[in-house]
Design a protein around this ligand. Structure first.
Ligand SMILES: NC(=O)c1ccc[n+]([C@@H]2O[C@H](COP(=O)([O-])OP(=O)(O)OC[C@H]3O[C@@H](n4cnc5c(N)ncnc54)[C@H](OP(=O)(O)O)[C@@H]3O)[C@@H](O)[C@H]2O)c1
Length: 364
């Protein structure tokens, strides 16, 4: 296949950067839509060389804003872009869990609508990056074809991604959807560029800032290596006509229970291991004052993940991909944790003010 011209939104993001670099390595001409952050840094920290004249095997940047009409470009530039590309990968979004609904609506929903419009106007195949958690709090097997099952959403983020997928499905452009689960470090070494979302929770847990949370030890977390996610997206770009109209769960080899996670954490003597308390018996008000603050500010946003029991079917993805994530089970959790310790992200925490006050109180 001769090289394609591919527009990638969210190009400087965790996923977008890896996708841009891989597409360029495969000989495609990559037009990287960047927003605030102009530099494209791969997951391993390597800065991607960018050029001003687009060409095969090269990445060139276009500054734009998906929340704005014409992606914030002038009409000529917009039309030149729309008419000149063979594929669009839409990866721009906010993945933060604590944003106001207006932000999700404007960036994740309206932003997708604007990108869909560009794809529609020139009938360009669109590869939309969604999330496996558009299933919300669905329980049991979640198929790649299911979208609206009247599910309850645990976060505004996943609701916005659900609405964004609906925009894509309603579009007149040819499309395919890739749904990663929770993106974490690479299969081989656990390397991750950004310690966000579940990594933040992990830090609070292992430092003992939050010791008990409402949840179930048999709740399921699906963790997917970032390299696998990027590979699935690139495969969908390359084999779009085999992928058209379908959805691909880019998910882990198997889900982890919270018990698996606790067992892995318990292998590290310096880590605190959280206790899961049945949600019906849990009371935020009963937490020590400092823990309550962490709980309300951060953990509450992730709370629904400690009681979910979705299993993601990945038949489409496994049919498309020449390989599947090999990292699995507690071994993979160790790989992820070892990396966090190696780079100093996780380790022994300095005592918080609450700990110090309790210690002083005991000594007094
Ligand atoms: N990370 C995960 O665990 C995960 C899991 C499942 C699905 N996903 C999905 O995967 C995709 C990529 O996620 P990610 O982890 O790579 O996110 P990310 O690292 O936060 O990157 C998001 C990118 O979107 C860009 N962006 C933000 N506002 C924009 C705007 N108004 N116009 C244009 N670009 C804008 C950001 O650029 P600036 O920083 O310069 O503003 C950033 O480069 C998202 O669609 C997400 O929903 C992620």
């Amino acid at each position: 296949m001769s090289g394609l011209r591919v527009l990638v939104t969210g190009a400087a993001g965790l996923v977008g950067a890896e996708v841009c670099a891989r597409l360029a390595e495969q000989g495609h001409t990559v037009l990287a839509l960047v927003h605030n952050r102009p530099e494209i840094v791969r997951n391993d920290g390597t800065v991607v060389r960018t050029v001003s004249r687009p060409g095969p095997g090269l990445v060139s940047c276009v500054a734009g804003d998906v929340t704005k009409p014409l992606l914030g470009l002038n009409t000529d530039r917009y039309l030149e872009l729309a008419r000149g590309v063979d594929r669009v990968v839409h990866s721009a979004a906010t993945t933060d869990f604590g944003r106001r609904w207006e932000t999700y609506e404007s960036l994740n929903v309206e932003g997708t609508r604007n990108v869909v419009r560009l794809a529609e106007e020139c009938t360009v195949p669109l590869v939309h990056v969604s999330t496996a958690y558009v299933c919300g709090e669905s329980v049991g097997r979640v198929s790649e074809s299911s979208l609206d099952s009247r599910q309850r959403f645990g976060t505004g983020y996943e609701r916005s991604k659900f609405l964004a997928e609906q925009e894509v499905h309603a579009s007149g452009a040819p499309f395919a959807v890739v749904r990663p689960s929770m993106i974490v470090g690479t299969q081989e070494s656990g390397v991750i560029r950004d310690f966000k979302n579940m990594y933040v929770v992990l830090k609070l847990f292992t430092q003992g800032r939050v010791r008990s949370v409402p949840g179930f030890y048999d709740a399921l977390l699906d963790l997917v290596p970032v390299d696998y996610v990027a590979a699935v997206i690139c495969e969908v770009v390359n084999r779009f006509w085999a992928a058209e109209g379908r959805t691909f769960h880019a998910v882990g080899a198997r889900s982890h229970t919270l018990l698996d996670v606790s067992n892995a954490l318990a292998e590290y003597p310096m880590f605190h291991v959280p206790h899961y308390v049945s949600p019906s018996a849990f009371s935020v008000d009963a937490l020590p004052a400092d823990e309550r603050v962490y709980y309300r500010r951060i953990i509450a946003m992730y709370e629904s993940f400690f009681r979910r029991r979705a299993r993601f079917d990945a038949t489409n993805a496994l049919g498309l991909m020449p390989w599947r994530p090999t990292a699995t089970g507690v071994d993979y959790l160790r790989t992820l944790l070892d990396h966090c310790v190696r780079v100093g992200y996780l380790g022994r925490a300095e005592p918080g003010i609450g700990d110090v006050l309790r210690l002083v109180g005991r000594q007094g």
